[in-house]
Each structure stands twice: as C-alpha cells, then as structure tokens.
Design a protein around this ligand. Structure first.
Ligand code: NAP
Length: 238
C-alpha cells in the first residue's frame, strides 16, 4: 500500500504509541484524523504532524460512548471523503489480583481495549469496504499471548482483541481489507490505568513508541496480495 494521501484514523493519538504512529503516517504523507480525550495534547500532536505538510483533523472523544464513536468514524469520510486505515490503539491496563480488582477497573479495560474496538471497526467497515485497499491495525500486546499474576483483566482484553482481529480478517479479506495486530512487549510510554500515568521508562534498551510505529508502517507497505496479520515486538536485549 502506498501511504501518500491515504486517510488514517488513529485512536489514542494524544501520547505514546498513538502519537508515534500519527507522526510516522504524517511523514509518509497520509491524511490524519486523530482522536483522544485530552484536547490539549491531541492538538500538540496534530501541530507536530502538520509540520510534514499534510492534512490533520482532530476529534475529542471518549471511547466509552457509542454515540461519540459513531460520530468520530463518520467524521473521516465527512471531512476527507474516504477512510482507508483504522488504527485501534487506545487502551489501558490495571494490574492487580482478581481478589483486589474493582468492577470499575475491569469494566474500563473491557470498554476501551475491546468494546470500543468492536464499535469503531463495525462503524468503519462500510467505508473500508469502499476503499480499494484498506487496513485495520489493532494494538494488542504480548500480554495477549501470555498470562501473569495481576494481569487477569488486561490479558483477557488483549487475548480477546487478538481473537476479534482474526475473525475480522477472515470475514473482511474478501473485501480487500487487511487486518494487522501488533503485540508489543514493554514500550517506553506513560501506559497505565485511568489517570494513573507511569513515567516513561529510563531503561536504554526498552522498545520506543517510534519502533512500534515503524513496524506497523513497514507491514502496511507490502503488496496488497500479501498480509502480515500479526507482529510481535520486544526488546532485543532486555
Ligand atoms: P498511553 O501513553 O497511556 O496512551 C493511551 C492512549 O489511549 C492515550 O492517547 C489515551 O488518550 C487513550 N485513551 C485511554 N482511554 C481512553 C478513552 N476512554 N477514550 C479515548 N481515548 C482513551 O499508553 P500506550 O503505551 O501508548 O498504549 C497504547 C496501546 O498500546 C494500548 O492499547 C496498550 O494496551 C498497548 N500496549 C502498550 C504497551 C506498553 O508497554 N506501553 C505494551 C503493549 C501494548 P486520552 O487519555 O487523551 O483520552
């Protein structure tokens, strides 16, 4: 796929992996629709993306809300006339034992990491089918392939996301849609749960958000006849 002038919608674009993915697509000449709740940080990312001389729109939305997701998805074809790539990146994790996990924490992870992905993808499908070639990129995690104590809710959402993505791929590839799920290990971001942000890891060898973005863009650019459906990315020397 040639990324120049493709229309890309990225969730969770206000920081971290979503920000890096947005800037990588902007550099490749794609037109962007960026979304998150934090209007100020979203604007900052958009400003930086515009320095690559491409069109960038922002929509502030909370992915808990189905009505906001519907409006968000419709904004891309409304503004740019099409939608070629949906990047389901927004996500969060609370890490505690089953005994201590609250219902609110469990529900928030499932709402954003899984339900919002389903809703955004379902709403985007008519536009993605209309595109000559289209992509849905899901940011899952190596936690979607492994299990660990204190990870019950988060791992369940990411295992579920991988299953969702594989079913979607089997249903939609006949319409020219490719589905890529990327499974990063630890990445240097503020990733955490709710408003609890972690400081970016000072470890020098940790995978950077820009590395994840580069892996995604390289998988998208292979010929349409072939599909990279899953990527694992981890530190070489942790
Ligand atoms: P991050 O820096 O915390 O970014 C998370 C993004 O999700 C933010 O842009 C946030 O935007 C958005 N978001 C969260 N809740 C939202 C909501 N209710 N509505 C709309 N947007 C919401 O974390 P990150 O590391 O970049 O994480 C991105 C993805 O990578 C997640 O799916 C995560 O599970 C996955 N991942 C991360 C790691 C890691 O080690 N960092 C490893 C594997 C996978 P606002 O707060 O502005 O709304």
């Amino acid at each position: 796929m040639k990324l120049q002038n493709k229309v890309v919608l990225i969730t969770g674009a206000s920081r971290g992996i979503g920000e890096a993915v947005a800037l990588a697509f902007a550099q490749a000449g794609a037109k962007l629709l960026l979304t998150a709740r934090d209007a100020e940080r979203l604007q900052q990312v958009a400003e930086q993306a515009r320095t690559y001389q491409t069109e960038v729109e922002t929509v502030v939305a909370d992915l808990h809300d189905e009505a906001q997701i519907k409006k968000l998805i419709a904004h891309a074809p409304g503004k740019f006339g099409r939608l070629d790539i949906l990047v389901n990146n927004a996500g969060l994790g609370y890490f505690s034992s089953v005994a201590e996990m609250t219902t609110a924490q469990w529900d928030e992870m499932f709402a954003i990491n899984l339900r919002a992905v389903f809703l955004a993808t379902r709403e985007a499908i008519p536009y993605l089918r209309a595109a000559d070639e289209s992509f849905v990129v899901n940011v899952a995690s190596l936690a979607g392939k492994n299990t660990f104590a204190n990870g019950s809710g988060y791992t369940a959402t990411k295992w579920g996301l991988r299953a969702f993505a594989q079913c979607l791929m089997l249903e939609e590839r006949k319409h020219g849609m490719r589905v890529l799920t990327i499974c990063p290990g630890s990445v240097a971001t503020e990733f955490g749960g709710g408003n609890e942000r972690m400081p970016r890891s000072p470890k020098p060898n940790i995978v950077q958000p820009e590395d994840v973005a580069e892996a995604i863009l390289s998988a998208l650019q292979i010929p349409q006849r072939a599909m990279v459906s899953e990527i694992d990315i981890r530190p070489t020397n942790p």
